[in-house]
Design a protein around this ligand. Structure first.
Ligand code: BGC
Length: 475
C-alpha cells in the first residue's frame, strides 16, 4: 500500500529479518501484558459495580460519576509521569511498582468504609493503569525481535480486551449477591501475578545499554534471543545509544527530528478516543436498551457479545499485523468504523419506525467494535511504543498515553449529554466524521514500521529531519 514507509526492506541475515523468537520473550511479553488485563478489568468492572455502590453509600449523581471517572483522571496522571519513571528507573522496576500500586488500589477499594476511601482507592488504581499503559508496550517492544514485535506488543491490547470481557462476566456473576467489594478487590490477583512474574523477568536490554551497562545488555539480549550470537542487534543498539547521550527532556519532544513522531502519537491517541470506542465499552447496555431491547438479560447478552467480538478480532489483528503491516490494517479498520458509525446513526433515526432495526443496531455496534479491534485499538499502542527514539521513548510514549486518557475522560463524560443535545443519530455521525478525519491523518502521516528494528525506525526520523510529512514511498 502506498504511503510513508520506514527505510528499505531489511536484508536477510540482519537483526531485522531473522532473530530467533524464543519462548522466553513470549513469557516476558505475556507477564508484562497482565498490566493490560488490569487496565481493561478496572475500567470495565465499574459499570456493573456502581449500581450497588450507589445503593450502599446512598450516592447522588455526582459522587457516582466521581467513582467512575476518577480512574481516568488517575490514569492520565500515571501516564504523564510513568514515562519519566520508566526512562529513569527502568521498565522492569516501574512494572514492579505498578503491580504494588494495583494491589494496594484493589484492596483499598474492597475494604473502603466510606465514599472518600473508595474514591482514593479508585484514583490509586487509575495511577496503576496509567503506569501500565506507558511501560508495558515499551518494555515488550524493546525485548521483542523486529519480526514479531507487532503481535507481541498487541498482546497488551489483547489483555485489555480480555480484562474488559472478564469484568463484564464478573459483574454478571456477582450481580445477584450485589458483591461489589469482590468485583473491585479481585483485581489484586492479576496485580500480584504481574509483580511475581516481573521479579523473574530481565530489564530491557535497550534500557540497560542506554544506562551504560553494555555487558548486562549483551547478556540479557543473548538470554532472550536464546543465542550468544546477537552481535548485529547489539551493534544497532549501541549506535542508537550514541545518539542518545543525554537523557531526554520535555523540550526534546519538540526537536525537529522528533516532532513528526510526536504529532503521530498524540494524533492517534486523540483519534482512538474521539471516534467513540468507549461510548460503546462503558455504555453498551444503555445504548442497547435505547435501541429498543429493553430486557436486562438481552442487554447483558449483547454486551457480552460485544466484549467477545473485541477479544476475537484483536487476535485476528495480531495474526495479521506482522504479515500485512500496520498501515493496511489501520486504514481498512478505520474505513469500516466510518461505515458502521454511518449505519448506526441511520438505524437510530429509523428505529422508532421499525422495531426490528434494534437488532440491526446491535450487530452494527459489534461490527464497529470489530473494526476498532483490528485497527486503532492495537495499532495505537503499538506505534507509540515503536516510533520514538530511545532517548525519549518513555517520555514521548507517556505523553501520547496521557493524551489518550484525557480524551477518554472527555468523551466518556460528554457522551450522555451529547445524546441528549443532538440525539443518538447525530452523535454517532459526529464520531463518524471524526473517524473520516482520522483516516486521512493516518493515510498521510502514519509510517509503515513492519519488520523494521527500533533502530531503523529511529534513523528514519533523523533522515526526515526537515519535513513533517515523511516521504511517500511504495511499500
Ligand atoms: C483503548 C481503550 C478501550 C479499549 C477497548 C484500548 O485500546 O485505549 O480506551 O477501552 O481499547 O478495547
Amino acid at each position: 500500500m502506498a504511503g510513508p514507509n520506514v527505510g528499505a526492506k531489511p536484508p536477510s541475515g540482519t537483526a531485522a529479518s531473522g532473530v530467533a523468537d524464543t519462548g522466553f520473550v513470549c513469557l516476558a511479553a505475556a507477564f508484562a501484558a497482565l498490566g493490560g488485563l488490569l487496565f481493561g478489568y478496572d475500567t470495565g468492572v465499574i459499570s456493573g459495580a456502581v449500581i450497588f455502590i450507589k445503593r450502599d453509600f446512598s450516592l447522588a449523581t455526582f459522587p457516582q460519576e466521581l467513582v467512575v471517572s476518577v480512574v481516568l483522571a488517575g490514569a492520565a496522571t500515571g501516564a504523564l509521569t510513568g514515562g519519566r519513571l520508566a526512562d529513569r528507573f527502568g521498565r522492569r522496576r516501574t512494572l514492579l511498582a505498578t503491580s504494588v500500586i494495583f494491589i494496594a488500589g484493589a484492596i483499598i477499594c474492597a475494604v473502603a468504609p466510606s465514599l472518600t476511601m473508595l474514591v482514593v482507592g479508585r484514583a490509586v488504581v487509575g495511577v496503576g493503569i496509567g503506569l501500565a499503559c506507558t511501560t508495558v508496550p515499551v518494555y515488550i517492544s524493546e525485548v521483542s525481535p523486529a519480526t514479531a514485535r507487532g503481535w507481541q506488543v498487541s498482546l497488551f491490547q489483547l489483555a485489555i480486551t480480555i480484562g474488559i470481557l472478564a469484568a463484564y462476566l464478573v459483574d454478571y456473576a456477582y450481580a445477584e449477591s450485589a458483591a461489589w467489594r469482590w468485583m473491585l478487590g479481585l483485581a489484586a490477583v492479576p496485580g500480584a501475578i504481574l509483580g511475581l512474574g516481573m521479579l523473574f523477568m530481565p530489564e530491557s536490554p535497550r534500557w540497560l545499554a542506554e544506562h551504560g551497562d553494555m555487558n548486562a545488555a549483551h547478556a540479557v539480549l543473548g538470554r532472550i534471543r536464546g543465542t550468544p550470537d546477537v552481535g548485529t542487534e547489539m551493534e544497532e543498539i549501541r549506535r542508537s545509544v550514541e545518539h542518545a547521550r543525554e537523557r531526554g527532556r520535555w523540550s526534546d519532544l519538540l526537536a525537529p527530528a522528533i516532532r513528526p513522531a510526536l504529532i503521530i502519537g498524540i494524533g492517534l491517541a486523540i483519534f482512538q478516543q474521539i471516534t467513540g470506542i468507549n461510548t460503546v465499552i462503558y455504555y453498551a447496555p444503555t445504548i442497547i436498551q435505547s435501541a429498543g431491547i429493553s430486557s436486562a438479560a438481552g442487554a447483558i447478552l449483547a454486551t457480552a457479545g460485544i466484549g467477545l467480538v473485541n477479544v476475537i478480532m484483536t487476535i485476528v489483528s495480531m495474526w495479521l499485523i506482522d504479515r500485512v503491516g500496520r498501515r493496511p490494517l489501520l486504514l481498512t479498520g478505520i474505513a469500516g468504523m466510518v461505515l458502521c458509525l454511518g449505519v448506526l446513526g441511520l438505524a437510530f433515526r429509523l428505529i422508532s419506525a421499525n422495531a426490528t432495526l434494534a437488532w440491526m443496531a446491535v450487530v452494527t455496534l459489534m461490527a464497529y467494535v470489530a473494526f476498532f479491534a483490528i485497527s486503532l485499538g492495537p495499532i495505537f499502542w503499538l506505534l507509540i511504543a515503536e516510533i520514538y527514539p530511545l532517548k525519549i521513548r518513555g517520555l514521548a510514549e507517556g505523553t501520547a498515553a496521557g493524551a489518550n486518557w484525557i480524551f477518554n475522560l472527555i468523551v466518556s463524560i460528554t457522551f450522555l449529554s451529547l445524546v441528549e443535545l443532538l440525539g443518538a443519530s447525530w452523535t454517532f455521525w459526529l464520531y463518524g466524521a471524526l473517524a473520516v478525519a482520522s483516516w486521512f491523518f493516518s493515510y498521510y502521516l502514519v509510517p509503515e514500521t513492519k519488520g523494521r528494528t527500533l533502530e531503523e525506525i529511529e534513523r528514519f526520523w533523523h533522515s526526515q529531519r526537515s519535513s513533517v510529512v515523511p516521504d511517500t514511498a511504495a511499500d
